[in-house]
Design a protein around this ligand. Structure first.
Ligand code: SAH
Length: 355
């Protein structure tokens, strides 16, 4: 890309029309280009053959389509596929395609790396990165969709890959404006570690994706030990913001709760969790921890019977609770295992590690 070329990928319809206006004479040209970008996943202006040769040449001088290359793909035994993308500046991100019956879920990254340093998450261990552009977010969906066309069926999007989506709300908003032309808002979930200003901004959107909150502990003491962000946005403030959050009549907030052996997996913790969430339209998604060699050794997964007992305790108190199936772990595509290879790990501050 030369310096004066502008990237078209990531521009929502109205902004695309604005930047193209000086070069095209008929409005339907914008629609043709929009469809080529976001329905066909065109990687070059030259391939938009709906446009005349001259117009393509003229546009190609000024614009580019920054579709990141898929550097590698890893197919798991369970059908889950991990895609590693290399971005224009050399940064790498991952997206995971998880088939589930006739549906598929794409797990998308919002940042290259993550600054939040949650103790259980490999992405944070590898250090903070940068915000993705709207184009880089949309491109993950386009690239995976293109390469897995055979599976058809419905698509769910979850922003549970690398990064904290609510720290990149501008790009997230543009990307969702584009993606929701084809995927319903209801099929898109944004997961946050609890960035309160982001939750409040999202609350003001005219249309919103589903919201999931990575909770992982029922009290401030333990939550702060595994999620440093809790010191900035403690539980009482977080839950107050969530109580104000507008929900449709049957919509529920998803609370992700990582189960860590002998840390937050006791029956009393399940009781505390139910109390904490009382009065909220909520459901709990339990995630048995995926261990990783770079994590502290106290980060262990509870035994299966403990996981089931925790779930049953929640349900017996009237809380909807499910256990997240582990997928793609043989290719390091499972939750918390996404990393940016080729970077020097930053590591965690040792002094804070012990549970
Ligand atoms: N920053 C956002 C989006 C990333 S989501 C957030 O925190 O919600 C990543 C999901 O994977 C979160 O629910 C997180 O708790 C989960 N996760 C992270 N590390 C994990 C691990 N080692 N095992 C299982 N799940 C993990």
């Amino acid at each position: 890309m030369t310096q004066n070329q502008q990237d078209l990928l990531g521009l929502p319809r109205r902004r695309l029309a604005e930047v193209l206006a000086p070069f095209i004479d008929r409005p339907y040209r914008t629609d043709q280009i929009y469809r080529a970008l976001y329905e066909r996943g065109a990687g070059e202006i030259g391939s938009i053959t709906e446009l005349g040769k001259e117009l393509r040449a003229e546009l190609a001088e000024r614009f580019t389509i920054g579709l990141p290359e898929v550097a590698t793909r890893h197919l798991s035994a369970d059908g889950t596929e991990k895609f590693l993308f290399r971005l224009a500046d050399g940064a790498t991100i991952e997206a995971v395609d998880i088939p589930d019956g006739r549906r598929r879920t794409l797990c998308i990254s919002s940042q290259a790396g993550c600054a939040l340093t949650c103790r259980f998450c490999v992405t944070g261990y590898w250090g903070g990165g940068r915000d993705l552009t709207a184009g880089e977010i949309v491109a993950q969906v386009l690239a995976v969709g293109k390469q897995r066309r055979e599976s058809g069926g419905g698509l769910n999007l979850v922003f549970m890959g690398m990064g904290e989506p609510l720290l990149n709300l501008g790009a997230l908003g543009d990307a969702l404006e584009i993606l929701t032309e084809q995927i319903s808002w209801r099929r898109i979930t944004v997961s946050t570690a609890g960035v309160i200003p982001g939750i409040e901004e999202l609350a003001g959107w005219r249309k919103r994706p589903r919201l999931a909150i990575s909770l992982h502990a029922p009290d401030d003491d333990r939550r702060s030990r595994i999620m440093p962000i809790n010191r900035r946005y403690p539980l009482a403030d977080l839950l107050a913001a969530l109580r104000r959050y507008p929900l449709d009549r049957r919509e529920r907030l998803t609370f992700e709760y990582l189960l860590i052996r002998d840390f937050n997996d006791a029956p009393a913790d399940a009781d505390a969790l139910v109390r904490l969430l009382s009065g909220l339209q909520a459901k709990v998604n339990l995630i048995p921890l995926n261990p990783d060699p770079v994590l502290d050794e106290s980060m262990k997964r509870p035994r299966r019977t403990v996981v089931t007992a925790f779930r049953d305790r929640l349900t017996s108190k009237g809380m909807t609770a499910t256990v997240r199936k582990q997928r793609g772990d043989d290719v390091s595509a499972a939750c918390g295992q996404l990393r940016a290879p080729g970077r020097e790990p930053r590591g965690f501050r040792r002094s804070n590690l012990s549970l």
